[in-house]
Design a binder for this molecule. Structure first.
Ligand code: SF4
Ligand code: SF4
Length: 314
């Protein structure tokens, strides 16, 4: 079932806190290269202030992601309660490693639901399989269902289509809702894209997952596609600044007033821009490296001529 609640909020209404880069797993495709050896994480008080400022600056949903946020369960529980009291929907992403029995799973999910959790997204696919037994995913899906909590499996296709099909068949047989995400050529997955064909601009759809993302080092991007190397993104309009040196409300104002983000997140304006850039032959010089909307986005955002063309659009 290729369906998701993940896009049920428009661009600019979602805020994500990458609470930690530490993880119980070391998936080979991991976009941020999380692992048990990473130690970066938020201070709870800093995260709470971001939540509060987000709630009074137009955000409607908080996504808690990582890394693996259940490694800091009590802090996540408190943050969920705080965000819910601030009027935000709260979504959590997890790999499910913690769901060791029905009792443990049920206890943890019930406390989160009581604190205001509105949806749980669980990663499971060929990359995650070595780290989390499928019964733990089942425990989560079954316990979430028993308390009417929205819960979806996030499935990323691998370079092993036979295994992918087997996993999808299992999910379908259990009637578990799942969403087939896209494998992106960033972080650990970059080298898996060497033989991939680039995509022409006519086959590109607008950015539908735009999310303000706060990182443990204070960096803030109007983008959910944060990877282990954000150096290119950092020099584009997608980068909003650093919360250690700039007030969160100011960063969110920069995002609201950002024309680049408006264009990239709407189908009609994005296609209009891409057509203009194609007519001027500005896209063709890097066409062999453009696989996804994110590649187009970063390419356009890093090129002064592209940005000038965008600025001239009505
Ligand atoms: S993909 Fe998810 S579960 Fe795997 S290492 Fe990265 S953060 Fe952890
Ligand atoms: S890189 Fe651009 S297109 Fe990709 S998620 Fe970020 S803002 Fe959207």
């Amino acid at each position: 079932m290729n369906t998701t609640n993940y896009f049920s909020y428009p661009a600019k209404q979602k805020v994500c806190i990458l609470y930690t880069l530490k993880c119980s797993a070391t998936c080979s495709h991991c976009i941020v290269k999380s692992s048990p050896y990473r130690s970066e994480k938020f201070e709870l008080g800093v995260a709470k202030e971001i939540v509060y400022q987000s709630s009074i600056n137009g955000k409607k949903v908080l996504i808690l992601s990582g890394g693996e946020v259940f490694l800091f369960y009590n802090e996540i529980l408190e943050l969920t309660r705080h965000a819910s009291q601030c009027g935000l929907d709260v979504w959590i992403e997890t790999n499910g490693y913690w769901a060791s029995s029905i009792e443990v799973t049920s206890h943890r999910i019930k406390k989160l639901v009581d604190a205001g959790l509105s949806a749980l997204f669980v990663s499971y696919d060929y990359f995650h399989m070595p780290y989390v037994p499928f019964e733990r995913i089942s425990n989560i899906m079954d316990c979430a269902c028993s308390v009417n909590l929205k819960c979806e499996i996030m499935f990323t296709p691998s370079t092993n289509p036979d295994e992918d099909n087997r996993i999808c068949d299992t999910l379908l047989a259990r009637d578990y809702p799942f969403y087939k995400d896209e494998l992106l050529p960033y972080g650990g997955a970059r080298e898996m894209f060497q033989d991939e064909s680039p995509k022409s601009f006519q086959d590109i759809s607008c950015c539908c997952s735009m999310t303000t993302t706060f990182l443990p080092d204070g960096e803030v991007y109007a983008c959910c596609n944060i990877s282990s190397d954000n150096s290119r993104l950092r020099s584009t309009p997608v980068y909003l600044g650093n919360a250690e040196s700039c007030a969160v409300s100011e960063l969110l104002t920069r995002e609201r007033e950002n024309k680049f983000l408006d264009v990239i997140s709407q189908e009609d304006t994005l296609q209009k821009l891409l057509e203009r850039l194609s007519e001027k032959e500005i896209l063709s010089k890097n066409a062999d490296k453009l696989y996804t909307i994110c590649d187009y986005c970063v390419h356009i955002a890093s090129d002064a001529t592209c940005l000038q063309t965008l600025a001239e659009m009505k």
